[in-house]
Design a binder for this molecule. Sequence first.
Ligand code: HEC
Ligand code: HEC
Ligand code: HEC
Length: 128
Amino acid sequence: MYNADKVIPGIIILILFFTLPIWLNVGRLEAVPEVELPKEEKKCVESKEFMRREHMKLLDDWRIKVLRENQHVYLSGEGKNFKISLQNTCMKCHENKEKFCDKCHNFVVTHPDCWTCHIAPEVAKKWK
Ligand code: HEC
Ligand code: HEC
Ligand code: HEC
């Protein structure tokens, strides 16, 4: 027959090896890196939870509103008006792209191409 003393530890090691990615990810799924938030008492266009989940869709809607519908004002859930602009609204509050947008995006490994055309605040400062 077989040598249980060797086979069973071998199987355990194999199982651990194949489930290693799961163990390494425990606690990571919910974790979000520390990002730099605006210092002044300002509120985002929508709630933090909504923004965390939906900001990509919101930006997409904003782009469509401006480019296809010629609409330049966004009415928030709280009834506040915001000028629709990535550079002049979002980035006026979130004025450090590297410490905000990039920090999360590097973590989840996504690199939206917006900044090949739109100007990040860090770059705008250098031109002044
Ligand atoms: C008037 C200032 C202001 C504007 C404009 C603004 N934000 Fe925010 N944003 C904030 C603040 C303050 C927070 C933190 C929210 C909180 O603590 O409740 C935040 C939170 C967020 C978060 C969640 C961060 C986290 O830690 O989970 C994202 C994502 C975000 N904003 C993206 C955007 C985008 C995209 C836009 C433009 C569509 C935008 N913000 C416009 C002030 C602003
Ligand atoms: C709290 C973390 C966090 C912050 C802060 C954040 N993002 Fe994101 N962003 C994400 C996540 C998570 C995704 C989704 C990645 C995926 O689905 O692959 C994403 C996706 C996006 C996408 C869509 C990317 C694509 O290729 O479809 C855009 C556009 C975007 N973010 C813009 C921004 C901008 C602009 C800022 C800064 C104003 C910002 N995000 C700040 C976490 C964040
Ligand atoms: C190939 C160049 C290009 C790329 C890439 C690009 N945009 Fe734009 N975007 C434009 C131009 C041009 C306008 C029109 C500017 C105007 O009329 O004010 C615009 C307008 C917008 C607007 C509405 C007006 C404003 O001033 O913000 C939003 C929001 C926007 N883009 C978001 C995004 C996001 C988010 C990304 C990345 C996922 C992105 N764009 C990538 C060229 C680009």
